[in-house]
Ligand binder design. Structure first.
Ligand SMILES: [Zn+2]
Ligand SMILES: [Zn+2]
Length: 382
């Protein structure tokens, strides 16, 4: 039996980096076991069960014209080695949602408000984190011409073992003739304002805090920022590296919404706001087959049928087009067609030949796979 055949259905790296399978499979599985073991031993049985069952079942969906897809159900916990991965369903959900609300911006502003080490060490409560986030939003609102923003706290930096809480804010900047440039005085003011707020809220006397500002006008760079900010941060390895006290603190934040939207981009307002500006607020979500609510063949809405074990998906009817999604033959054919570059005549002939080869193998060639999911590779560095 080959290594590929021995893989379990929820082996997370299977499709993405087939070539690196041998190196990446074991650590992930081990991490998963360690996380589950720690959770079970420390009174978090429900979470342990969620991670244990992550990816074993799928939702069956069907559109009004009978086209069907199956999407894997995952636990969405960032300490789950599968859900904490870049490009996991959880990450894609946050990412496409943010793209739909931010990518239209002529200028995308990005601010990082860092909290001093003392604050991270004090393990702030949910209420304290929410309050300080709101203050960061207020600073952005007061200093930039923005209709609203997305806020997401990263609780750790690149280092393992220690917390490093910082608040990320992404915001469209409008009516500034296409630039997000600000004066040094403004940056100094931002830094001063943040320092005062942090000192006041946490009873500190820090001289100056770290505040970072950058803006982008290029879509590729904007996407990169959005992917970076929306990624999972306290992933399995990092969680395991924390002290027990910090682990308990992290789990106590459960239920706290770490990604929040404010102003005209708030959940209850953004649809109207974007509609007024002629922006399709579902465009990016609909391009991702795992998340799309509309059938790519006939555009009618997918409806829930049932939850089934992934092992029960009928392989004679469905094609697994990526780790977490299976589609029926009609959807598959339409997607293959859309994914290919526009070509004519003999070139088209060649294309269809290569398609039939990949169909026989039951897997898509890597290039096609990339096109299908429309979710580019994400090698992000802070
Ligand atoms: Zn999971
Ligand atoms: Zn359909």
């Amino acid at each position: 039996m080959s290594l590929t055949e021995q893989m379990t259905p929820d082996s997370s790296t299977y499709v993405h980096i087939q070539g690196k399978l041998a190196q990446t499979f074991s650590p992930n599985t081990l991490c998963k076991e360690w996380v589950i073991e720690w959770l079970a031993k420390n009174g978090y049985e429900k979470k342990a069960l969620r991670i244990t069952g992550c990816g074993r079942k799928a939702i069956a969906l069907q559109c009004a014209n009978g086209h069907q897809k199956r999407v894997r159900m995952t636990c969405h916990l960032e300490i789950c080695p599968t859900c904490g991965e870049k490009r996991s369903l959880a990450h894609r959900k946050r990412y496409t949602r943010a793209l739909d609300r931010l990518l239209w911006a002529p200028v995308l502003g990005y601010m990082v408000f860092t909290l001093p080490k003392e604050v991270s060490d004090s393990l702030p409560s949910k209420a304290e984190l929410s309050k300080i986030e709101k203050e960061a939003v207020k600073i952005v609102k007061d200093n930039f011409n923005t209709p609203g923003c997305m806020v997401r706290a990263h609780l750790m930096g690149n280092e393992i073992e220690k917390l490093h809480i910082h608040v990320n804010v992404l915001f469209p900047i409008i009516d500034t003739n296409g630039t997000g440039r600000v004066s040094k005085e403004t940056l100094d003011t931002l830094r001063k304002q943040w320092t005062e707020i942090v000192n006041k809220q946490f009873n500190l006397s820090v001289k100056m805090t770290n505040v970072f500002y950058k803006f982008d006008t290029n879509h590729r760079k904007m996407k990169h920022k959005i992917k970076y900010v929306t990624r999972a941060v306290v992933v399995a390895e990092k969680f395991l590296s924390l002290s027990n006290e910090a682990k308990h603190w992290y789990l106590s934040l459960s239920g706290w919404h770490n990604t929040r939207w404010y102003g005209k981009l708030a959940n209850c307002k953004y649809k109207d706001y974007l509609k007024e500006r002629g922006i399709d607020h579902t465009a990016n979500r609909e391009q991702d087959i795992a998340l799309a609510k509309q059938c790519p063949v006939c555009s009618s809405k997918f409806r829930y049928i049932e939850v089934i074990p992934c092992g029960d998906i009928d392989r004679s009817q469905f094609r697994q087009i990526e780790r977490d999604v299976w589609v029926d033959r009609v959807i598959f054919a339409v997607m293959m067609n859309k994914a290919g570059p526009p070509s004519a005549g003999t070139v088209k002939e060649n294309k269809s030949k290569s398609k039939s080869v990949s169909l026989k193998k039951g897997r898509l060639p890597p290039q096609k796979y990339k096109n299908l999911t429309l979710f580019e590779t994400m090698d992000m560095k802070p």
